[in-house]
Design a protein around this ligand. Structure first.
Ligand SMILES: Cc1ncc(COP(=O)(O)O)c(C=O)c1O
Length: 454
């Protein structure tokens, strides 16, 4: 395996200082601390539009919108102003003790308009993990209120990512998330992911996408029958699986899964942390896939009515949730998305343009087994054997080699195992798409050259 040659440029005094302090005092998420400290962290000091700059002045095109989330780009002045105004006017107050603030109330009402039909009540959290953790609590509470306390098992999928609390790690199907913490907890069961490209190595043979979508849903049904539908509370799923490798289900999958959930009275919990707010060309991925979720951490009709109508206190809430500053910025963020037609643009123009170009540029690349994507999401799966649809041995770290080339060449592209993922800010222009994809092409070519493939 060729090793990547990295030059060691002279670092500025401030970068050296920050690296040292970071190494001494800061633990990073999903990072092997010793390895990072040996290499030295990259300090991001500013950002504008779709670009980041590090403390050495290096400019990076952010092909991942941070962690899938910077929809209107960095440095939007309207958002800064909205946050600043709220900070000056009401820097903090909570929603306990029969209080609320105007920004959070307006935001809840706005969300109720944008969310799928029937979702009229919102419960705020501070992160995706908290939101999903809350969803699990509300699901349990709902079934308790309904007089079905035996419905306690939470179903979710292999390769799913739902967060890092004890419960949401248990819910997540990415198995490396479990060992360190003695998880999953009891009460969590997994069903297969609708990962068609991996179907061949998983023993499904040469099955077509549509047939596979139904087969995977039927496997879920089999698990439900084995456990007993009366014991199953919910099925949690990302409309498109993100951190598991950008898995876009075949078109037959969601209709069949929706049917099964309804048939066995299982609550459908859509995790829209990535697919919410325009990423797939609709406000929510649930709309893209025509889902009728019971909970997104907004409550659909049946859950909303039952929980809001309960004759007792809801014993749940976070000190900082519905923070006035966060609510003001969120409201402005939605206003900008609406005002500038950003979600429509993902559906009608920039999304289709990106999807076309990514396929034109990468479909026949010798290192790429599959290009998949939707809206402003795309993945290129790097494989050793295209016919067998078989990846490289793990220890070759092909994705990480490619990711290193990307950083060297001014692009942030995520490596999920050996799948390279792009999820740029929704404001990206056509010219910027071209720039991003030509950098991505260069870096995948460099990786292929390292591997002796081209
Ligand atoms: C689908 C999904 N759910 C939940 C989470 C967890 O969100 P957070 O990191 O804000 O806790 C993520 C994070 O990327 C995610 O992609």
């Amino acid at each position: 395996m060729p090793t990547k040659k990295t030059s060691t440029p002279k670092l500025s005094a401030r970068t050296k200082r920050w690296r040292k302090l970071d190494a001494l005092h800061h633990l990073h998420p999903f990072t092997q601390t010793e390895l990072l400290n040996r290499e030295g962290v990259r300090i991001i000091t500013r950002a504008k539009g779709i670009y980041l700059w590090d403390s050495e002045g290096k400019k990076l095109l952010d092909g991942m919108a941070g962690l899938w989330c910077v929809q209107v780009g960095y440095g939007n002045k309207d958002l800064a102003q909205a946050g600043c105004e709220a900070l000056r006017t009401l820097p903090y107050y909570n929603h306990f003790f029969k209080t609320a603030n105007p920004w959070t109330v307006e935001l809840a009402a706005k969300l109720a308009k944008l969310l799928p039909q029937g979702h009229t009540r919102v419960l705020f959290a501070n992160s995706g993990s908290e939101a999903n953790d809350t969803a699990l609590k509300l699901i349990r509470y709902y079934w308790n209120l309904k007089g079905k306390p035996e419905k306690k098992i939470h179903l979710s999928r292999a390769l799913s990512y739902h967060g890092v609390t004890m419960a949401t790690s248990s819910l997540s199907g990415l198995t490396p998330m479990h060992g360190q913490w003695d998880l999953p907890f009891p009460g969590f069961a997994k069903v297969p992911a609708p990962y068609w490209y991996g179907a061949k190595t998983a023993g499904y043979g040469d099955i077509g996408e549509d047939e596979f979508g139904v087969a995977v849903a039927r496997e879920m049904e089999k698990t439900i029958r084995e456990i007993g539908p009366d014991r199953i509370a919910s099925f949690s799923a990302e409309p498109v699986q993100g951190a598991g490798g950008l898995i876009i289900p075949p078109s037959t999958y969601w209709p069949e899964v929706s049917r099964i959930c309804k048939k066995y009275d299982i609550l459908l919990h859509a995790d829209e942390v990535i697919t919410g707010f325009g990423r797939t060309g609709e406000w929510f991925g649930s709309t893209t896939f025509d889902l009728d979720p019971d909970i997104i951490v907004s409550l659909g009709a049946r859950m909303g009515k039952t929980i809001a109508g309960a004759d007792e206190e809801l014993v749940h809430g976070y000190t900082y949730s519905g923070h006035p500053v966060a609510s003001a910025v969120a409201l402005k963020n939605i206003e900008v998305l609406e005002r500038d037609g950003i979600v429509k643009r993902v559906k009608k123009t920039i999304g289709p343009y990106f999807q076309r170009r990514v396929r034109e540029i990468f479909s026949n690349h010798p290192l790429i087994g599959e290009v998949r994507g939707l809206g402003l999401l795309a993945a290129m799966e790097l494989v050793e054997d295209k016919i067998a649809r078989c990846g490289f041995p793990r220890e070759k770290n092909v994705g990480l080699i490619c990711r290193d080339h990307c950083f060297e060449n001014g692009l942030v592209m995520r490596a999920i195992r050996d799948t390279m993922v792009l999820s740029p800010p929704l404001i990206i222009s056509e010219a910027e798409v071209e720039k991003m994809l030509s950098k991505a092409r260069l870096c995948i070519d460099l990786t292929a050259a390292d591997l002796g493939v081209i």
